[in-house]
Design a protein around this ligand. Structure first.
Ligand SMILES: [Zn+2]
Length: 98
């Protein structure tokens, strides 16, 4: 069974995993970091275990915009989506429910 199928379409893990091939080496790539909640251009290629790493925070939560759902969104919607993914991926689970 392929792991890809367990991802929801809203789950960013799909686009930050096994994504080294989406980065064009030696060129500026528009990338989005779910950890930094930032979209920026970079030619710095950092990867480990087939996953791209963010040049700014060194977290493997980096996706190439062109190869993600962000490409079809407005700038405003991109930031909203990144924030949503960030909350989902990096917010610690609260110890007590409200
Ligand atoms: Zn980052």
């Amino acid at each position: 069974m392929s792991n890809k199928h367990r991802y929801e379409p809203s789950d960013y893990m799909h686009w930050v995993t096994d994504n080294v091939d989406t980065f064009v080496k030696g060129e500026q790539n528009l990338v989005a970091c779910v950890y930094c909640i930032e979209i920026y251009e970079t030619s710095v290629f950092k990867a480990y275990h087939n996953c791209l790493f963010c040049d700014k925070c060194d977290v493997d939560a980096l996706m190439v915009v062109k190869h993600s759902p962000l490409i079809e969104m407005s700038d405003e919607d991109r930031m909203k989506k990144l924030e949503e993914w960030h909350k989902k991926g990096f917010t610690p689970i609260p110890k007590t429910a409200k």
